[in-house]
Design a protein around this ligand. Structure first.
Ligand SMILES: Cc1cc2nc3c(=O)[nH]c(=O)nc-3n(C[C@H](O)[C@H](O)[C@H](O)COP(=O)(O)O)c2cc1C
Length: 309
């Protein structure tokens, strides 16, 4: 009998969010899924998280928006996306025919915008859940990220929770003093699960032009460079909250993914690694299966949090 890789990511939610396996794609690195469906069988994945979605379409930040750095990449895409109306009209009907559940990542500048996004997506066929990106600047509070402060993060979570019956995953930013305090606050405010981490604030300078390399000066660092730091955060958050944790940050292969799972993650997201090899997420899945088979592990649950026991 083959091993059981399935996982329930929203046990507190009436609808639930059951994944056939723990391998997800990270928002902003896998488009709307459709772009990759010609490259490999994306239906084999546990879940796809789509691009960050805002109320209105966005063109994103000035170029350049992506700079390579040692063991990683710094990006400042600025949430370029088609907007929620076009997503509901054009993308959701395609997803509704898929076996793989699609989660919509939402981003706003005010609590009201997050609420409106949650309302617009509630009950839409093809949308299996929401991932709330709280790394965005809160314009009414001077531009600090919602996710930097437990009270602001809880306010956004409560608004989304009240506006939608869909499973709600809150995606935490590592750019805060105490990520476990934010994780506890959002879990108490009704999050079904938390995902972490988003990218780390970073910059690169072009010494020839003596100017920042990114059009918007700073951006977010992702890729292998952040993996050990993200792993420590996942370990700490998984010990602090009672809801499922989704690990993300520099996952490039099954070994990386298994580290996150043993740190306490119930599922993992593959991000920047898909840029180097679009099939990375599938390779990660196959590698987890191979590891479990070789070690005689019958169920993924046997190894979730193994390093914390
Ligand atoms: C080009 C790019 C675009 C991204 N866009 C989003 C986004 O729209 N919403 C979001 O929550 N995270 C976004 N992220 C963050 C990733 O989902 C992920 O959290 C981060 O890159 C860390 O994972 P990684 O090291 O595996 O890439 C983006 C990352 C990259 C590299």
């Amino acid at each position: 009998m083959s091993a059981d890789l399935s996982i329930e990511l929203a046990p507190r939610n009436r609808r639930g969010l059951r994944l056939a396996n723990p391998v997800m794609t990270a928002s902003g690195t896998f488009g709307y899924g459709t772009e990759y469906s010609e490259l490999f069988d994306i239906q084999k994945l546990g879940s796809i998280v789509c691009k960050g979605t805002t109320l209105e379409p966005r063109e994103g930040n000035p170029q350049p928006r992506l700079v390579e750095t040692a063991c990683g990449v710094v990006n400042s895409i600025g949430l370029q996306n088609i907007g929620v109306k076009a997503l509901v009209r054009e993308k959701a009907p395609v997803w509704a025919k898929w076996r793989v559940p699609v989660i919509v990542n939402i981003a706003g500048e005010t609590v009201g915008e997050y609420r409106q996004l949650a309302e617009a997506l509630n009950g839409v066929k093809g949308v299996a859940g929401l991932e709330v990106n709280i790394s965005c600047p809160n314009v009414k509070a001077g531009g600090a990220a919602f996710g930097a402060d437990p009270a602001c993060a809880a306010e956004v979570t409560a608004a989304v929770r009240a506006a939608s019956s869909l499973p709600v995953i809150v995606k935490l930013t590592p750019n805060t003093g105490d990520i476990t305090a934010v994780a506890r606050a959002v879990a108490d405010a009704g999050a079904d699960a938390v995902s972490l981490v988003n990218s780390y604030k970073a910059m690169v300078i072009d010494i020839k032009t003596r100017r920042p390399s990114l059009g918007s000066v700073t951006g977010g660092l992702s890729g292998p460079a952040i993996k050990p730091i993200a792993l420590a955060m996942v370990y700490e958050v998984a010990s602090a909250v009672g809801v499922p944790v989704i690990g993300c940050g520099g996952i490039s292969n099954a070994h990386d993914a298994l580290e996150f799972i043993m740190a306490g993650a119930s599922a993992v997201q593959v991000g920047s690694a898909s840029f180097l090899n679009p099939r990375t997420s599938l390779d990660v899945l196959v590698g987890i299966e191979t590891f479990m088979e070789a070690d005689g592990i019958k169920s993924l649950k046997e190894i979730i949090g193994a390093a914390r026991k």
